[in-house]
Write a protein that binds this ligand. Structure first.
Ligand code: SF4
Ligand code: SF4
Length: 400
């Protein structure tokens, strides 16, 4: 197992993400025997980092993880959990909810604790004086119930810089969506560098972009397989996913790479990849970058901002095009949340189609068309507000 030192801790670089355990589609019951078997194998091969979050799997992930880990000594593994500030619609007793998580995880401290999913939208709840989330959780750290505090982040690079600057000295690590596609698509490179500039550790989520880089389109996957053949075909087991992980292993400050595993074969495949370092060859890296370019379906905005000053309605055009590109790749909830974070008059529907931006753009991007399509995609959903009510109900029940 590849290990990374973080302060005085030796962390397995492969972290077990507990958000995708197999469950009965009708009852929602998690297959605990399967979870136990996956954990047993992972632990036997050296995995010591397990990541859950209060709302994962309707609140059942914490319980299933704790059940599987309770068969091992507490000091032999690290638990990471998250506070659901992005799932609140009114102030709550933050400490009481934190204690619910401790109880569900059968522990009296968290090795790692994160503010869950900070974006341009959820930021206002985390920063709210009334909600009082950050001061309450910082107090838990002072009391020794949290060893290392961080946050998971789905916003843009500007917000990341602002947030870290505002909270200088309060965090130990940041978890971002990072993979060879988002390196450019979501400007994850800049986020990675921003985190380093604040002296913090980098944790990675979505290393395979929700599985899409683990099972590439046939045409793209064939490029990697052809290369293997040209190199003698000695490693037929190399999966598409293994290349994603090896891309990340080369970034020196990436301490933990989370993989949400729900099948034993995925655990086996990942363990093979993390057994020892195997740097990408130049050819492999070039192919990955080529695949990333082919998977992108949006517009080639470089965020130069030449178009911004002349926009009569003052839209943050590169920000909106970033959301557009994200939507074009998959219509996950993240770009929708980022647009939710904008005032009504700054959303894509506010574009009046004057075309000034296209005229100013060195890439000659048809911004009005992209924004009109973005407005439609945003309108169609999915919307975070539709999901948040379920989570609020869960929190209310747990705090009763
Ligand atoms: S077309 Fe839309 S985005 Fe472009 S300058 Fe005009 S109002 Fe702004
Ligand atoms: S000018 Fe073109 S490339 Fe530059 S930020 Fe605007 S849309 Fe993007």
């Amino acid at each position: 197992m590849i290990y990374r030192m973080f302060k005085d801790l030796k962390l397995s670089q492969l972290g077990f993400g507990c958000m995708r355990f197999a469950s009965d589609p009708e009852t929602g019951e998690i297959d605990q025997a399967k979870v136990n078997a996956m954990f047993d194998l992972a632990i036997r091969e050296g995995v010591n980092y397990f990541d859950t979050a209060y709302p994962y799997l309707g609140g059942k992930s914490e319980l299933a993880m704790a059940e599987a880990l309770s068969r091992y000594p507490r000091e032999s593994y690290y638990i990471a959990d998250k506070f659901p500030g992005h799932s609140l619609t009114a102030p709550i007793d933050n400490i009481a909810l934190f204690n619910v998580s401790l109880r569900k995880c059968r522990t009296d401290y968290f090795d790692f604790y994160l503010f869950h999913n900070i974006t341009e939208w959820s930021e206002k709840y985390y920063e709210s004086k009334e909600y009082h989330i950050i001061p309450d959780i910082l107090r838990m750290k002072e009391e020794g119930k949290i060893r290392h505090l961080g946050f998971s982040f789905h916003g843009g690079p500007d917000l990341l810089e602002d947030f870290l600057t505002r909270h200088e000295g309060q965090f130990d690590f940041v978890q971002i969506q990072l993979n060879y596609l988002d390196w450019t698509l979501q400007d994850a490179k800049r986020k990675y560098e921003t985190i380093l500039s604040h002296g913090l550790g980098v944790w990675v989520m979505e290393p395979c972009r929700g599985g899409k880089l683990a099972v590439l389109p046939e045409k793209e996957s064939a490029k990697l397989k052809d290369l293997q053949q040209r190199n003698g075909g000695h490693e037929p087991w190399l999966s598409d996913a293994s290349y994603s992980f090896r891309f990340l292993q080369e970034l020196p400050e990436v301490k933990v790479i989370l993989s949400g595993m729900n099948e034993l074969f995925q655990v086996e495949d990942n363990l093979r990849t993390f057994r020892e370092e195997k740097p990408l060859s130049t050819e492999e890296r070039d192919i990955l970058m080529d695949i990333a370019e082919n998977l992108k379906q949006g517009v080639p905005c470089t965020a130069c901002r030449y178009c911004c000053d002349g926009c009569p309605v003052g839209l943050d055009i590169p920000y909106l095009l970033e959301c557009y590109n994200d939507y074009k790749f998959d219509s996950s909830i993240t770009p929708s949340m980022r647009i939710d974070g904008l005032a009504e008059e700054k959303r894509p529907a506010a574009c009046i189609g004057c075309g000034q931006c296209t005229h100013a753009c060195p890439q000659k991007i048809d911004v009005p068309s992209a924004l009109s399509e973005l407005a439609e995609m945003y309108e169609k959903g999915p919307h975070w507000s539709e999901q948040v009510s379920k989570r609020v109900k869960l929190i209310q029940e747990d705090l009763r």
